[in-house]
Design a protein around this ligand. Sequence first.
Ligand code: PLP
Length: 417
Amino acid sequence: MSSPIWHPFTQHGLGEPIPLVTHAEGAALFTADGRRVIDAISSWWVTTHGHNHPRIMGAIAEQAAQLDQIIFAGWTHEPAETVARGLTGIMPPALTRVFFSDSGSTAVEVALKMALGFWLNTGRPRQRIVVMEHSYHGDTVGTMSVGQRGVYNRAYAPLLFDVDTLPFPAPGAEARTLDALRHLATAPEPPAALIVEPLVLGAGGMLFYPPWVLAELRAICTAHDILLIADEVMTGWGRTGTLLACAQADVVPDILCLSKGLTGGAVPLAVTMATDAIFDAHRSTDRAQMLFHSSSYTANPLACAAAAANFAIWRDEPVPARIESLVERQAAALAGLQADAPIIGARQQGTITAFEVGSAAGDYLAALGPRLLAFFREHDVLLRPLGNTVYVMPPYCIGDDDLDRVYATIAAALRTL
Ligand SMILES: *Cc1c(COP(=O)(O)O)cnc(C)c1O
């Protein structure tokens, strides 16, 4: 009985098993064949407080009895108003406006459209977007354009628009990155915006750079009137130890993209937040200057109810303490692994740890990721290496026993290789 489903980022030709999950709780997934799997990557970076948080699930159920979905162009509802007020209350005060969409990719698409709309509507058309090497902002055509080019988008290259790319600020090479931005900023055709993943480049290989580099990038943008778009789709909601990664650099972007943990990871929702300046550039009696963007399910009430419950959890539960504890436990676990196994490039940013395995290049490496993946799957740990980079990014509620088992499983995998 084969399934008609075409899975995302899945090579069906390899015939890898696809487990059937029936329910989840906290940091655990339960499969139809009776296994308990530790979710060590927060179901692809979305789950913050843990699966099936009663407060979030309760809020969705309660909302489901009231209002399912309405048009959001020219109409509104209380769950969306609550989310928007909640966001403006906890995010940097300069970000006064909240535009809803459904995914991280759409939040970034909207950010790019806001940036170009800003420049066109203020009579100084600027079109170029500056990006960082190894960045990832989504899988739609616009977000692929501002992301790293490679095998994953080679077939679609003819559709992608040109961008200017800053080299990744690797340790010791930060000045090169900053100089590249300064150079672009003073070019005859100055850029409209710089888009970055603050502090952590996720899909690009869990690459980290320090807050001072982000602060310098912000300073150059400010000095040259370049809009700064912060894609905190993954880093937001405590992932890097603070509510936003930008906070560690004391940076406030002009445009902020949030999704993933916005609903605690329970249901899809995204927002693009913007400053008054960007909103005002679109505000006019001329309809031609509006932000031309909408999706059918913009600000879906059930999703908004989940986001509102997420805010309540941040307000009422000791979330920062839980994150702090996970940061410490992750540090200890990584140090333990380093002492025990041949890993390289061990690093940590907040609740995320990452390292590389193996040092050989070529076919050996290509085969390593899938072998690790299979080992982890067989040992009931959900980890999904990026090439030869293994990372651990659990929900904040993960227990000591489960975290120990994740690292013990990694150590065991490395012994078998
Ligand atoms: C996951 C991710 C996206 C895309 O979000 P989707 O909800 O998968 O569209 C964009 N940017 C970053 C930094 C991400 O990690």
